[in-house]
Design a protein. Structure first.
Length: 155
């Protein structure tokens, strides 16, 4: 057991396979923060109470890999998938990931095991979380390069 009271290795890890999402769920405190913060940010943005500014965008004028995720998630919450995709192509995946974490967090111990085994079976066939993370990083790097080139090209 680790400091959070979660097992160090789950069913997926026993076979040598590591899922980024399952590894994250091994830390209940981290999972709780990840489950509670996004809807708070989306709600504040959607209500117009807060306009969030990316620190990287403010400092450099370039968008970070996550720029647009909050706005995209707000559009997903409204059911506007086209609008969500326009703000960030990974907005829907981020919302789905949040829902999976929320289900895991609020499920009882027996249901957590069912969710972990089901997700583990999917991850063994197709490493979904790894592919999404890699795609997100590639998207972010391309976006940064395009922004940087645009800033250089207009100088």
């Amino acid at each position: 057991m680790d400091v959070d009271g979660a097992q160090e290795h789950g069913a997926c890890c026993e076979r040598g396979h590591r899922s980024a999402l399952l590894a994250l769920t091994r830390r209940p405190r981290t999972a709780r923060a990840l489950v509670l913060v996004p809807p708070l940010l989306v709600g504040l943005y959607a209500s117009g109470l807060v306009r969030l500014m990316c620190p990287l965008m403010g400092a450099t004028g370039c968008r970070c890999p996550g720029c647009g995720l909050t706005r995209g998630a707000a559009f997903v919450a409204r059911g506007d998938l086209g609008g969500a995709f326009a703000f960030h192509p990974f907005a829907l995946a981020a919302v789905v990931g949040w829902v999976v974490l929320a289900l895991w967090l609020f499920a009882g111990q027996a249901r957590r095991g069912i969710l972990e085994r089901a997700f583990g079976r999917i991850e063994r066939k197709v490493p979904v979380s790894t592919l999404l993370l890699a795609g997100f990083l590639v998207f972010g790097l391309v976006r940064l390069a395009v922004d940087a080139y645009g800033a250089i090209g207009t100088s």
